[in-house]
Design a binder for this molecule. Sequence first.
Ligand SMILES: Cc1ncc(COP(=O)(O)O)c(C=O)c1O
Length: 395
Amino acid sequence: MRVPLLDLSEQYRALAEPIHEAIEAVLASRRFILGPQVKAFEKAISDYSNTPHAIGVSSGTDALLVILMALGIGRGDAVITTPYAFFATGACIARVGAKPIFVDIDPDTYNISASALQKYLEKNCRTDSSGDLTTPDGEKVRAILPAHLFGLCCEMNAIQKISERYQLHVIEDAAQAIGAEYRFGGKIAKAGTMGKAGALSFYPSKNLGAAGDAGMIICSDDELATKVRILREHGMELRYYHRVIGGNFRLDEMQAAILSVKLPHLDNWSAARRAAADFYRAEFMRTGLTEKITLPAEPYRGRGLPNHHIYHQYVIRTPRRDVLREHLARREIETAIYYPLGLHEQKCFAYLGYKKGDFQETERAAGEAFALPIYPEISREAQRYVVDAIVEFFE
Ligand SMILES: Cc1ncc(COP(=O)(O)O)c(C=O)c1O
C-alpha cells in the first residue's frame, strides 16, 4: 500500500463543483484585485477567529513581514523567536533589518519554551536609561515571535505575562495552527488572536489550503490594522501617493473565493485529523510502541477545548529516526522532517554568531522528530499499515 504524507484529492473531489463555480464567478466579475471576494473572506476569517480585523495578504511569510513592518520593527531592534520552525519565522525578522534572537524549545511540545525565554531575558537583557530593554549588543528588544508548531498553541499565558513584564509585543506565527484553541486568561482563544497580531498561512498543504500562496493577518488593534492595509498596497492611502514604503502583499480574489468555499469545512477537517491522531495513539499503545517512540504531547486536552490540537502534522520522535524513515520509505510510506536543522545553524544566519550546541533541545528534535501521514480523509487501514510497518521495524 502507498501512503502519502498528505493527499488532497478527496477534499478536491468533494468540493470541486463549488470551487469551480467560485472561480468562474471571479472570472466573470473581472475583479481580480482586492474586490468582494477578499472582503468576504476577510469577514469570514474575522468571524471565525472572533477578532475584529482580518487582512488578506499574499502568504504567511508576507503576513509576518508586514506585521513587523507595521510595528516599525527594524534596524537596531531585536525580536526573540524559536530556532525550531520554518525558515520564514526567523527570516522575516532579519528581512526588516532587526536581529533574530533564538531561545530553545520545550522538548515535549516543540514550541518555544516560556521558561527559556524568561531565563534569556533575565540573564542577558537590561533596561537602559531611556527605559528600553536592550540586548548585550545594544539592540532594543521589541517583540516575541512564538510559532504554534504542528497545530498546537504555545504556552501563551506564560508568554503574555513575560511580554507584559518586559513591555514587548507578541507576534504569533499561527501559520500551522488556524483554529487551534487555547485557554487564554480563562477564555477560549484561537491561535493568532492572543498577541498584538497573528499570521495565518493558506499554503496548499495547510489545514485550510489555497490553490497557491495566500495568507492573513489577524489583530484587534485598529491602528495596526490600518497600517497593515496601507503597507499591503505599496504604502498607498490615496492612489499613487505614498507616505510609507510598502509592497505588493495582496491576497488575490481567486484564492479568496476558493478559501471561502473551504473555510466552513475547516473545523470538521481538523476534527478528522484529531480522530486520526487518536487512532494512531491507540494503535501505538496497543502495540507497545510507546516504549520506542515519543508521541505528540497534548497538554491542553480535556480543558473543554474542541480544537486543543489541530494536527497540522503528526510528529513522533525516536533516536533511530533516519533508519526508521528508510524502512517506511521501502514500505511506500511517505514521511517528512520538520525541520532537519535549527535556524541558528542555517548558513544564512551565521552572522548571528550562534554555534552547534547552543540550543540542545532544538538540535535533538532536529535529529529525532519526523512527521507521519495525516490528513482528514486518511483511512484507518492506511494508518494500521503505518503502525504495522513501525512495529515491524522495531521487531
Ligand atoms: C511556521 C510557519 N511560519 C510561516 C510559514 C510561511 O507561510 P507561507 O508558506 O504561506 O509563506 C509557514 C508555512 O509554510 C510555517 O509553517
